[in-house]
Design a protein around this ligand. Sequence first.
Ligand code: NAP
Length: 186
Amino acid sequence: MSRTTYYTATSLDGFIADEHHSLDWLVTQDIDPKGPMSHDEFMGRVGALVMGSSTYQWLLDNHIAKGGSWDYKQPSWVMTSRERELARVEGADIRFASGDVRPVHAAAAAVAGDLDIWVVGGGDLAGQFVDAGLLDDVIVSFAPVTLGTGAPLLPRKLDLRLVELAQNRAFACARYDVVGPRTPSS
Ligand SMILES: NC(=O)c1ccc[n+]([C@@H]2O[C@H](COP(=O)([O-])OP(=O)(O)OC[C@H]3O[C@@H](n4cnc5c(N)ncnc54)[C@H](OP(=O)(O)O)[C@@H]3O)[C@@H](O)[C@H]2O)c1
C-alpha cells in the first residue's frame, strides 16, 4: 500500500538546514549509501516527490548549477507562489503547484500507484500534509551535530509512534508513524 512519507535528515536539535540554507554540516557526515534506512533503499519505493521551493532552489544551486543532473525519474511537484521566478531543469518531470496540498497529494498518488510519495521538505510543507491528515510516517536520520538555529524539522505539535531504529555509521535513523495532533491530555 502506498504511504506518504517525510524522509529527511536533521541535526540533533531539529534543524534540516542552517540559517543560510546550508547542508555542509550534513553532506560531510559518514554514511553507508547502501546501509540501513539509506536514501538509496528508500528511493526504491518512491513513485512521486513533493518539495517546497527552498528545497528545489537548493538542488538547483548545489547540483544543477554545478553540472549535475536531476536525480529523479519520478514526477516531482514543487510548491511555490513564484513559479515564474524559478528556473526549470531540462528533461526533468517537475510540476509547479501552490496552495492546498490535497489536490497535489491526489495527483501524486495517481502517478505513484502502489509506490510511496516522498515529502522531501521543508518542515512546514510536511506540516501541511499532517494538517490535511495525509502524512503516514516520518523517517529521520539524526546527524551528530547541533546547529542552534535554522530550518525546523517539523514545526507542529504531534504525537508519533517509533516503529524502527537503526544506525548507519554517523547517523541514528528512526521511523515514526504519525499518530496525529497532540491532544491536551497527551
Ligand atoms: N536535511 C535534509 O535532508 C533536507 C531535506 C529537505 C530540505 N532541506 C533543506 O531545508 C531547507 C528547507 O527550507 P524551508 O524551510 O524554506 O522549506 P521549503 O518547503 O523547501 O520551502 C518553503 C517555501 O516553499 C513555498 N511553499 C511551501 N508550501 C507552499 C504552498 N502550499 N503553496 C505555495 N508555496 C508553498 C513557499 O515559498 P514561495 O511561495 O515563495 O516559493 C515557502 O516559503 C532548504 O534549505 C532545503 O535545502 C534539507
